[in-house]
Design a protein around this ligand. Structure first.
Ligand SMILES: Nc1ncnc2c1ncn2[C@@H]1O[C@H](COP(=O)(O)OP(=O)(O)OP(=O)(O)O)[C@@H](O)[C@H]1O
Ligand SMILES: O=C(O)[C@@H](O)C(=O)CO
Length: 417
């Protein structure tokens, strides 16, 4: 095993796994930390956690346990994958987890690289942009769990970690890998523990990828995966068979949408015009134990239509705000997640075999409820969203990060059967 990735949510995990496969690494994704004696034959393994917005101590404990398991597998380099929109609060969990991983590895320096230009996430002078808008002005400012109201990555990192953060700006990045390595040394000499790296092109990420080959720990979004995979080029084997193993089959399919991102709102709206849809009623989710049976019956009655039915909690910013004021942000999101969890189990028993899920937290809940412990990685439906196939059972999933995919995503995903 060459590379060990610790991902803080499930869609983030499939996101980076998809890019590693695309760049030549045979990759397996495991959900949670496998038992000590699990043997995996791959170049990279991605451990998906649900640690993005859980209590910080829990996130540290899970991430360190994942690191130790990856060390025992013989991984040579480690990657902490978080969201390309740096989803976190002033307390974490990106900073504290990075600190804990550095400490366990006995290292004192790493980079912060959320950039994913193919999906419009760029870093310029240490500020994070989403499709050309500052992070704090993008839809992320209204995120239900981790609203992002500051775009300055140095500020964000300083606020939630124990060290100090420096910047390697695009002028240095454009001078290439050796110059970047020189900047690492300079920042370390200034007592900096983390370097935010500017990146807004694939070429920037390639140079950063080369420069980090000697860092034990790298942190960032999935954009750097291509650059890192290239470093291992000479060690990689043919992966045609591994890719085939991740392909989905034609089978009964359901779509769950628990993301309230701007793009998911557009995707749901467009899909509703073509396929059967059911909008979750939050009041019912919170108070009616029989609600899951109502939904189950509705899905079953539409299971044979040409386009899969969609069940969604997706709401625009205004509607979400009203719901959160009425029921509480935590309680309403918990109720939605519980509903999707119960419904997923019932639909799996009924015979649904393909699950398309929008939203990282939602995907985590659904995947855990379906008791999927590991995945083969299949074809990419959109950048960062591959079909994945469970290794231990007959199930395929497409786990879509909130803002990924174009407006036709839900239909396009079904074109792979
Ligand atoms: N109508 C709603 N009312 C209250 N909470 C909701 C509603 N719809 C969704 N949620 C909650 O909002 C959260 C959305 O997080 P999730 O990670 O699934 O989506 P996302 O943040 O858009 O995706 P990603 O993390 O991949 O960017 C979930 O906890 C979900 O249960
Ligand atoms: O990096 C991203 O944007 C995604 O992989 C993600 O983590 C969203 O949950």
């Amino acid at each position: 095993m060459l590379l060990g990735v610790i991902a803080d949510d499930f869609t983030g995990a499939t996101d980076i796994a998809g890019f590693l496969v695309e760049n030549g690494m045979r990759t397996i994704q495991v959900n949670g930390i496998p038992s000590a004696n699990t043997e995996i034959n791959a170049d990279a393994v991605v451990v998906s956690l649900k640690s993005r917005s859980c209590p910080t101590e829990q996130a540290i404990e899970q991430s360190v346990a994942a690191l130790k398991w990856l060390q025992a597998q013989g991984c040579k380099q480690f990657y902490f994958k978080y969201c390309s929109t740096f989803d976190s609060t002033a307390k974490g969990n990106i900073g504290p987890v990075t600190d804990a991983l550095l400490d366990v590895l006995g290292e004192d320096f790493t980079i912060v690289c959320p950039a994913l230009p193919v999906n419009g996430r760029t870093v310029f002078n240490g500020h994070l942009f989403v499709l050309g808008q500052l992070l704090s002005e993008s839809g992320m400012r209204n995120h239900p769990v981790t609203p992002m109201t500051n775009s300055n990555l140095m500020d964000l990192m300083d606020a939630q970690s124990k060290g100090k953060t420096g910047l390697i700006n695009y002028q240095s990045i454009e001078q290439g890998a050796d110059a970047i390595i020189g900047e690492f040394a300079e920042l370390k000499a200034q007592g900096k523990r983390y370097a935010v790296v500017d990146a807004f092109t694939a070429e920037h990420l390639n140079e950063i990828g080369k420069a980090v080959s000697s860092l034990k720990l790298v942190t960032g979004g999935s954009g750097l995966a291509a650059g890192i995979a290239k470093n291992w080029g000479e060690h990689l084997q043919d992966q045609t068979q591994a890719k085939q193993a991740g392909h989905p089959a034609k089978a009964p399919t359901i779509i769950f949408s628990g993301s309230c991102s701007v793009m998911t709102n557009k995707q749901v709206e467009l899909y509703k015009a073509k396929a059967p849809f059911f909008a979750l009623d939050i009041e019912q989710c919170m108070s009616n134990e029989n609600y899951v049976n109502v939904l189950f019956d509705w899905v079953v009655s539409h299971a044979n239509e040409s386009l899969a039915p969609i069940v969604y909690a997706t709401a625009d910013a205004e509607k979400l705000k009203t719901i959160q004021q009425q029921y509480g942000a935590e309680a309403s999101s918990q109720a939605v997640e519980t509903l999707f969890s119960l419904l997923a189990i019932k639909l799996q028993d009924f015979g649904i075999r393909n699950f398309i899920v929008a939203g990282g937290e939602t995907s985590g809940v659904v995947t855990q409820s379906l008791k999927v412990d590991s995945f083969h990685i299949g074809p990419q439906i959109a950048p960062g969203v591959p079909w994945v196939k469970a290794i231990n059972q007959d199930l395929s999933l497409a786990l879509k990060s909130g803002n990924f995919g174009d407006e036709n995503f839900f239909t396009t995903a079904q074109g792979y059967f």
